[in-house]
Design a protein around this ligand. Structure first.
Ligand code: ADP
Ligand code: MG
Length: 486
C-alpha cells in the first residue's frame, strides 16, 4: 500500500514545486474552503476572479485582475488565505496578493472552480487515499481551523452545556460518562468549532499543556470517513484502514447524519467505534439531531452513540448574538457602534455563521473605504443579506417593539392615557405603522384603541417634526424602523 502518497496529496510536501497538478489541487481546496467560509455571495463578489500566480520558495502568489479587487482581497482575506494555504502546504509562509491576469502556467487556469469540487473537506490531512496513514498529530494539526479554539468560542445560555462538555473532554479524554461525546444542533451553531477546539487542546496546542503527551487525534467529516472507507474497499486495503483508524487516541466524526442510509459505512463506523471505546479511547461525534432523532441510523448505533454524554447547541438568543458580535468586533479591532450590533442581532437570527458573515462584510467595507460603521452604512452594505432576512411587519409587532423600547405596557398602545411617557411612544408606533405597513389611517387608528384617523395623522406629523429637531429622538425612531423594516 503506498502509504507515503498521502503526503504527496495531503499538501505537507517539503517540495511544493514538484508538481503543478498538486499545487492546482491545493489551490482548488483553498478556494473551496474559503468559499464555504465566506458564503457564495461574498465569494462571487470578491474572490471568484482570483487566480494562482505561482510559487516561489515559501511564497505563493495570488492574482486579481484589478487594483480595487487586489486591495479588497488583501485587506480582508489575506489572513484567511495564508492560514488556508499553510494548512494545505506547510512549505508556504506568505501569500502575495497582486494585480495580474491569470498566470499562463497550468496551475492557475486548470484549477477547477470550487463549485465543481466536492464540499470543502474539513477532514484532517486530506485527501487521503486508501490505506494511507491515518492522520496523527501532524495531520490533524494541518486541517484544523486555527480560529476554532475554546478561547474564541463565546459562551451563553444556548451553548454553555455543550461548551462545558467539550472542555471537560479536552481536559480529561475518555472519562466515564463523557465517552462518546455527542454534540448536536442546527447548522452554524458551533458544532465544528467546538470539535476543532477539543482537537486543538488534545493534540497539544492548548493554552496550557495539560497532557504529558499530545494525543493522536483523527478528526474528519462523516463524508470523508465514507470516502476513505470506500477507497479502502476499492483498493482492497480495508484491513489497513481499520488498523489505522483504531490506532488513534481520539476519533472525531463531524456531521454524522451523513452516514444515514450508507449502511456499509455505518457498519464500519460502528465497529471502529466499539473497538476504540473498548480500548478506552475518546470518541466525539456531531450531528444535526439527537441520537434518538437520527432515524435511519441503525438502532444499535444510536443506542451506543447516546450512552455517553449528549449535549445540544440551541438556537442563539438575542443576548448571545450580541456577545458574539461584540467579541468578534473586538477581535477584529474595529469599532462597531452598539446600535449596529443590536440591529444585527435583531435582524440576523438564523445562525452564527450568517451573523459572522454579515459582520465580516461590514468590517471589510469599513476598512476598505476608511469610513466609520454606522446604521446607514450597515443598511447599505448588508442590503442583500438583510433583505433575505426580511419579513412583513405587522402593527402588533410595531406596538410590541415600541412598547419594549420605551418600557411601557403593551396595553397602553390602545389605552386612553395621555401622559407624555405613554403618548409619545404611542405616536411613534402610529408613525411607524404608517411608514412600514400599507394600512390606511383609519385602520391604524382602530388598532390603537379605536382612535380617529385625524389622531393618527397628527401623530405622524408630530413625530416627523420632533425628529427634525431632536437628533436623539430621531435616532431612536430610526433604530426602531430599521429593526422592524420589511
Ligand atoms: P456547525 O458546525 O454547527 O454548523 P460551526 O462550528 O461551523 O457550525 O460554526 C459556524 C461559524 O460560527 C464558525 O465560524 C464559528 O466559529 C462561529 N461560531 C458558532 N458559534 C460560536 C460561538 N459560540 N462563539 C464564536 N463563534 C461561533
Ligand atoms: Mg459543522
Amino acid at each position: 500500500m503506498p502509504a507515503r502518497s498521502a503526503h504527496d496529496d495531503g499538501g505537507v510536501s517539503e517540495h511544493p514545486r514538484r508538481d503543478d497538478t498538486q499545487l492546482a489541487a491545493q489551490w482548488a481546496r483553498v478556494r473551496g474552503r474559503l468559499q464555504s467560509e465566506v458564503g457564495d455571495v461574498e465569494y462571487r463578489t470578491w474572490l471568484r476572479q482570483m487566480s494562482l500566480g505561482g510559487i516561489d520558495g515559501d511564497e505563493v502568489t495570488v492574482r486579481l485582475p484589478t487594483r480595487f479587487l487586489r486591495d479588497w482581497v488583501r485587506s480582508h482575506y489575506s489572513d484567511r488565505l495564508s492560514a488556508l494555504w499553510q494548512a494545505e502546504n506547510r512549505g508556504i509562509r506568505r501569500v502575495d496578493i497582486r494585480v495580474g491576469e491569470s498566470a499562463t502556467d497550468a496551475a492557475g487556469d486548470a484549477a477547477p472552480e470550487p463549485a465543481d469540487l466536492p464540499p470543502a473537506p474539513a477532514a484532517a490531512a486530506e485527501p487521503v487515499p486508501a490505506g494511507a496513514a491515518v492522520p496523527g498529530e501532524r495531520g490533524a494539526e494541518a486541517a484544523l481551523d486555527p480560529r476554532f479554539t475554546f478561547d474564541s468560542f463565546v459562551v451563553g445560555k444556548p451553548n454553555e452545556f455543550a461548551y462545558a462538555c467539550a472542555r471537560r473532554v479536552a481536559e480529561q479524554p475518555a472519562s466515564v460518562g463523557f465517552n462518546p461525546l455527542f454534540l448536536y444542533g442546527g447548522v452554524g451553531l458551533g458544532k465544528t468549532h467546538l470539535m476543532h477546539a477539543v482537537a486543538w487542546e488534545l493534540s497539544g496546542h492548548g493554552e496550557a499543556p495539560r497532557h504529558s503527551r499530545p494525543a493522536s487525534v483523527a478528526y474528519m467529516s462523516a463524508e470523508r470517513f465514507m470516502y476513505r472507507f470506500i477507497a479502502a474497499i476499492r483498493s482492497q486495503a480495508t484491513m489497513e484502514f481499520k488498523e489505522q483508524l483504531r490506532s488513534v487516541d481520539v476519533l472525531m466524526i463531524d456531521d454524522l447524519q451523513f452516514l444515514i442510509g450508507k449502511d456499509a459505512t455505518q457498519e464500519e463506523f460502528f465497529h471502529t467505534f466499539n473497538a476504540l471505546v473498548d480500548a478506552g479511547k475518546q470518541i466525539v461525534v456531531s450531528a444535526d439531531k439527537s441520537p434518538s432523532d437520527l432515524s435511519g441510523l441503525e438502532d444499535r448505533v444510536r443506542t451506543r452513540l447516546g450512552c455517553g454524554m449528549v449535549a445540544d447547541l440551541h438556537a442563539t438568543t438575542f443576548e448571545l448574538r450580541i456577545s458574539i458580535l461584540g467579541a468578534k468586533a473586538a477581535r477584529a479591532g474595529v469599532a462597531v457602534p452598539a446600535k449596529v450590533i443590536e440591529f444585527l442581532a435583531h435582524k440576523i437570527t438564523s445562525n452564527v455563521r450568517e451573523l459572522e458573515g454579515a459582520l465580516n462584510r461590514l468590517i471589510a467595507h469599513a476598512n476598505l473605504f476608511g469610513r466609520a460603521i454606522t446604521l446607514e452604512s450597515t443598511q447599505e452594505v448588508l442590503h442583500d443579506i438583510l433583505k433575505a432576512h426580511d419579513r412583513r411587519v405587522t402593527i402588533e409587532e410595531i406596538q410590541k417593539r415600541v412598547a419594549e423600547h420605551w418600557n411601557i405596557r403593551l396595553t397602553d398602545m390602545a389605552s386612553a392615557r395621555r401622559a407624555r411617557t405613554v403618548a409619545r411612544p404611542r405616536q411613534v408606533a402610529m408613525y411607524l405603522a404608517k411608514q412600514l405597513t400599507s394600512r390606511s389611517l383609519p385602520e391604524i387608528g382602530r388598532k390603537f384603541g379605536n382612535r380617529d384617523h385625524t389622531t393618527v395623522m397628527h401623530a405622524v406629523q408630530r413625530v416627523s417634526d420632533l425628529m427634525a429637531v431632536d437628533a436623539g429622538f430621531a435616532e431612536d425612531v430610526e433604530l426602531l424602523r430599521r429593526m422592524l423594516e420589511s
